[in-house]
Design a protein around this ligand. Structure first.
Ligand code: UDP
Ligand code: MG
Length: 314
C-alpha cells in the first residue's frame, strides 16, 4: 500500500542549515515508498531563508514553502504547516538537523502498526548546556505533577501524526498554543521512538531563558488550573494564621492591657498579607489575560507568499 506523507518544517532564520537539511531529508524520502511532500513554513525570517527555499522548491518538486507575514513563533508556524498538510501521515521536524530525518522511516513503521501519534523521545542530548538540561528536566517533572494531560518526558515537537490526529489538532484554535500539550491532549493511540538528539548543525538557537520561561508558564497555565488552586490554598492558610494571630493579640490586650507596642508585628502582618494578595492577584491575572487573549479570536497567522504551488496534494 502506498500512502501520502507530508513533512512540516518550521524555519526561522535557518539559511545556514536549510540546504543541508533538505539534502538529508530528500535522501530519506527517496527511501520511503510514499508520495511525499515537504512543506516549509518560513516564520518571517529576516535572512535569506525564503530565497533559499525558492531554490529548493524549484529544484525538488516534492517541496513547497509558505511564508508567514511576520515572525509568529514556532507554534503558529507548525500550525500553518499542519493546516495545509493533506496526507495520510504528517511529520513535524525542526530545520536545524537536531531532529534526525533518518528517524522518519521508524516513525512511519510505528504509524503503520496503527499508532496515531508517534513521538520521538530524546535519549541523550548533545550541544546543550547542563543548565538547559536541568531546567527542562525540572519543567517536565513539574508539568507531570500539575497537569491532567500527561506530557511525555523529554519530547520535542518532532513526531508523526496520522490524518485524524492532524484533523483533531486543526480543530484546536486556541491562541496560547502549547503544542506539546495539544499533541498529548488529543489522545488516540500514542507511542514513542527513542533517538539521540544531535547538537544544532549550524546557526543559533532561537530560544533563550526568557522565551523558554514564558513557554513554561504557557504550558502550565494552559494545561492546569493548579496555580489557581495554590493561590486559593495559600490565601486561605494565610487568612487562618492571621485570624489566630488576631485572637492572640486580642487576648493579650484583655489580659495584660495595652502598652503601645507592636509596631513591628503590625508591619509584619500587613506586609505578609499584602504579599500574599499580590501573589494571588498575579496568578488570577495570568488566567484573566489568557481569557482576554482567547476572546479576541484572532487568526493564528497570515500567509504572505508561497513557493512551489498550492498544497493540498494527492
Ligand atoms: N522556529 C520557528 N519560529 C521561531 C523560532 C524557531 O519557526 O520563532 C523554528 C526553527 O527554525 C527550528 C525550530 O523552530 O526549525 C526549533 O527552533 P530552535 O532550534 O531554535 O529551538 P531548540 O532546538 O533550541 O529548542
Ligand atoms: Mg534546535
Amino acid at each position: 500500500m502506498t500512502f501520502s506523507l507530508a513533512i512540516v518544517v518550521p524555519a526561522f532564520n535557518e539559511s545556514d542549515v536549510i540546504d543541508a537539511f533538505h539534502a538529508r531529508l530528500g535522501a530519506v524520502l527517496d527511501q520511503i515508498d510514499a508520495t511525499s511532500r515537504v512543506i516549509y513554513v518560513d516564520d518571517g525570517s529576516s535572512d535569506d531563508t525564503w530565497h533559499k527555499l525558492g531554490a529548493i522548491t524549484g529544484a525538488d518538486t516534492r517541496a513547497t514553502a509558505l511564508r508567514l507575514s511576520r515572525n509568529f513563533g514556532k507554534e503558529a508556524a507548525m500550525t500553518a504547516g499542519l493546516d495545509v498538510a493533506d496526507a495520510d501521515a504528517v511529520v513535524v521536524i525542526d530545520a536545524d538537523l537536531q531532529d534526525p530525518p533518518e528517524l522518519i522511516p521508524d516513525l512511519v513503521a510505528r504509524w503503520r502498526e496503527g499508532f496515531d501519534v508517534v513521538y520521538a523521545t530524546r535519549g541523550e542530548r548533545d550541544g546543550e548546556t547542563r543548565l538547559k538540561k536541568f531546567t527542562s528536566a525540572v519543567f517536565y517533572r513539574v508539568m507531570e505533577r500539575l497537569s491532567d494531560t500527561p506530557l511525555p518526558r523529554d519530547t520535542g515537537d518532532f513526531r508523526l501524526l496520522s490524518r485524524r490526529a492532524v484533523a483533531a489538532l486543526g480543530g484546536l484554535r486556541e491562541r496560547q498554543r502549547f503544542m506539546k500539550g495539544l499533541f498529548a491532549w488529543i489522545g488516540y493511540r500514542q507511542t514513542a521512538v527513542t533517538y539521540h538528539r544531535d547538537a544544532r548543525y549550524a546557526g543559533a538557537t532561537k530560544w533563550n531563558y526568557w522565551r523558554l520561561g514564558n513557554l513554561a508558564i504557557e504550558g502550565i497555565t494552559s494545561f492546569s488550573a493548579a496555580p489557581l488552586r495554590v493561590a486559593t490554598w495559600v490565601g486561605l492558610s494565610a487568612a487562618i494564621l492571621a485570624f489566630v494571630y488576631g485572637l492572640w493579640v486580642l487576648l493579650k490586650v484583655l489580659l495584660f492591657g495595652d502598652p503601645v507596642r507592636g509596631y513591628p508585628t503590625l508591619m509584619v502582618v500587613i506586609l505578609f498579607l499584602g504579599g500574599i494578595q499580590l501573589l494571588a492577584l498575579g496568578v488570577i491575572g495570568e488566567y484573566v489575560g489568557r481569557t482576554y487573549a482567547e476572546s479576541k479570536r484572532r487568526p493564528l497567522y497570515y500567509v504572505e507568499s508561497r513557493h512551489g504551488g498550492e498544497p493540498p496534494f494527492t
